[in-house]
Design a protein around this ligand. Structure first.
Ligand SMILES: C[S@@+](CC[C@H](N)C(=O)[O-])C[C@H]1O[C@@H](n2cnc3c(N)ncnc32)[C@H](O)[C@@H]1O
Length: 215
């Protein structure tokens, strides 16, 4: 026993040093998957946030399309950004989310930090009509969810940066169809996009347009 005990201490010290070394800590997720999913389940949504069904659909669309670079227009408190962020993290990608309201930006950053997604999702404060034209690089996923009558302007600002096969998702296309007729006509032109309008959840009696960029 006298011989074994020091050996056990040494072995456990080596293991502890290995497990707690800075290199290992850097690789480990800051927030466990279970804790993140619990945070999403208990998220205190406001009237502005997307519904759980819509947010899960966004996550699934990001994951199944393998999207690498996305933009969300209108963050609110980050419920949709977190669900998309999970997908982008799994894809090794990145999401930019834009909101004009400093309080919303603060809340979204806070929620992203709590879910360990603050490296995967960047929050930009500003008017999307000014921020979007200044974004650099290409994008393969867009979620429009700010001022309904401005959807076509948001899309036009992003279109030169959209990859072929990009997905463009727009929220509230049933309840606010009258405010975005120009947008719906644009994405329902089969020469540009293949579009479907779906209802992923009954909570708000609303739906999303999912458009696949053809050319
Ligand atoms: C419906 S909420 C977004 C919900 C969010 N996408 C989610 O998944 O929870 C709309 C947001 O758009 C923001 N917004 C309104 N006008 C804007 C603008 N011109 N530029 C950027 N954001 C804007 C509002 O501050 C609000 O937080």
């Amino acid at each position: 026993m006298k011989l074994i005990f020091p050996y056990l201490v040494t072995l456990s010290s080596v293991l502890a040093v290995t497990l707690l070394s800075p290199a290992h800590a850097a690789d480990a997720p800051a927030v466990s998957e279970a804790a993140r999913e619990q945070f999403i389940r208990n998220f205190k949504r406001t009237i502005l946030n997307t519904t759980p069904g819509d947010a899960m659909l966004l996550r699934i669309l990001v994951q199944s399309s393998g999207a690498k670079r996305g933009v969300e227009v209108g963050s609110a408190t980050g419920y949709g950004a977190i669900q998309m962020g999970v997908g982008f993290e799994r894809n090794g990608g990145h999401l930019i989310t834009v909101d004009i309201d400093p309080e919303m930006v603060r809340a979204t950053r806070d929620n992203l930090r709590k879910t360990g997604l603050d490296q995967t999702v960047t929050v930009i404060e500003g008017d999307a009509l000014k921020v979007l034209p200044a974004l650099e690089g290409e994008f393969d996923f867009v979620f429009l969810d700010a001022v309904k009558r401005d959807y076509l302007q948001y899309l036009k600002a992003l279109e030169p940066k959209l990859k072929l096969g990009a997905l463009v998702v727009a929220d509230n296309v049933i309840q606010s169809a009258g405010q975005m007729r120009d947008y719906l006509d644009h994405v329902q032109d089969p020469a540009r996009y293949e579009t479907v309008i779906i209802r992923a959840s009954d909570e708000k009696g609303d739906g999303m347009a999912i458009s696949y960029k053809r050319r």
